[in-house]
Design a binder for this molecule. Structure first.
Ligand code: ZN
Ligand code: ZN
Length: 369
């Protein structure tokens, strides 16, 4: 069955998104049709709009989203019409070299199809009114009233989970909490330093607290974000515009350096400071990113001392395992999500939402449908 719905379309990098009527031909046998209820604005969307992350256009952006299942393909099992779901952006084949080694984020099909902006089955799932096929960011394209996608990217969560909060689990919260719980080896009583207090960093602070960290040092350039970090479990705040995070790491640990650094600032200076702030034998997890063509320099000595340095893009996510756990943690009062939302807007206001994100003053702006 063909569906017509409204979507925010990017025709050209640097240009505003335009709200247009688009169509989809409905689900393939393995697909699910999700009626979107909430989608939040993430930095990765902004990188595509501003042109530092390049994809074939025209494209529907949006990859942090939740909704209600409206229709399922004939081969779909385990998902029912009416289920409340959070969308995952890491489909994987389950049987390639990297999938066999437990690294779905490196799945060969995922890495091959992603840059084309197509879905995991190699197809476009939506077209402009003119018939021109659209591409989809990160196998989703969630800034739209409807999203058609493979069932493996649709994760059922409890129905008492509010949509505008559950959507956050799909990218930023998963990445931050997952970095602390799935990727880093945080031990009870550890001192953890978190660089960057946006949505991912604030989630990382909460994950570090869940993992048993005793001291959590939050680093940012913005006092308002640091104040928010304190409400998420940070025990010390460092404004890097006036204080040196590396000195603070030493002062908090008798000069040793912190046990674990979780980085989500995405800046060359922060990257350099992470390896200086961690103790010998400690661990650095980089979550932030810069233009992939740019260089970052490190003092060689700061990399020595058996330090473990690792980049992670989705916090070791296994969405069908982790999304329901994160949703339950919220419902049990153990994970703060309300405090990450700094604004709610309609789809038509999406460009002003991205203007605010560009200014760096928001944590998460959520589109509610
Ligand atoms: Zn994201
Ligand atoms: Zn694979």
């Amino acid at each position: 069955m063909s569906l017509t719905y409204r979507a925010a379309v990017l025709h050209k990098a640097g240009a505003p998104l335009s709200i247009e009527s688009v169509t989809t031909s409905g689900p393939s046998p393995d697909d699910v049709v999700v009626r979107m209820k909430a989608a939040s604005l993430c930095h990765t969307d902004l990188e595509v709009i501003d042109g530092s992350l390049r994809y074939p256009l025209p494209m529907i952006l949006g990859h942090e989203a939740s909704g209600i299942v409206e229709e399922i393909g004939s081969d779909v099992t385990g998902i029912r019409v009416g289920d409340h779901v959070v969308l995952s952006w890491n489909p994987h084949c389950g049987h390639c070299f990297h999938c066999d080694r437990g690294q779905p984020i490196l799945c060969e099909t995922y890495l091959e199809e992603g840059p084309k902006g197509l879905h995991f089955d190699g197809r476009s799932k939506a077209a402009l009114g003119s018939g021109q096929p659209l591409t989809h960011l990160m196998f989703l394209g969630a800034f739209a009233e409807v999203c058609v996608l493979p069932a493996q990217q649709v994760v059922v969560v409890p129905k008492d989970m509010p949509f505008d909060r559950s959507c956050l689990i799909g990218c930023g919260v998963m990445t931050g909490v997952g970095a602390a719980l799935n990727v880093a080896d945080i031990r009870h009583g550890d001192t953890v330093m978190v660089f960057g207090c946006g949505a991912v960093g604030l989630a990382a602070i909460q994950g570090a607290a869940m993992a048993g960290a005793e001291n959590i040092i939050a680093v940012d350039l913005d006092d308002a974000k640091l104040a928010r970090a304190a409400t998420m479990g940070a025990t010390q705040r460092i404004n890097a515009s006036t204080q040196d995070p590396v000195e603070a790491a030493g002062a908090a640990t008798k000069g040793r350096g912190v046990d674990v650094v979780l980085e989500s600032a995405g800046h060359p200076t922060a990257f350099r400071q992470t390896t200086e702030a961690v103790r010998p034998g400690g661990e650095v997890i980089w979550l932030g990113k810069i233009d992939v063509a740019k260089d970052v320099s490190f003092r060689w000595g700061s990399l020595m001392g058996e330090k473990r340095l690792r980049r992670s893009s989705y916090g070791g996510a296994r969405p069908r395992r982790d999304f329901p756990l994160l949703a339950q943690a919220y419902l049990d009062g153990k994970l703060k999500l309300d405090e990450l939302i700094t604004g709610r807007i309609a789809l038509d206001q999406i460009n002003s939402g991205f203007d605010l994100l560009r200014q760096g003053k928001t944590i998460r702006t959520v589109i509610t449908f």
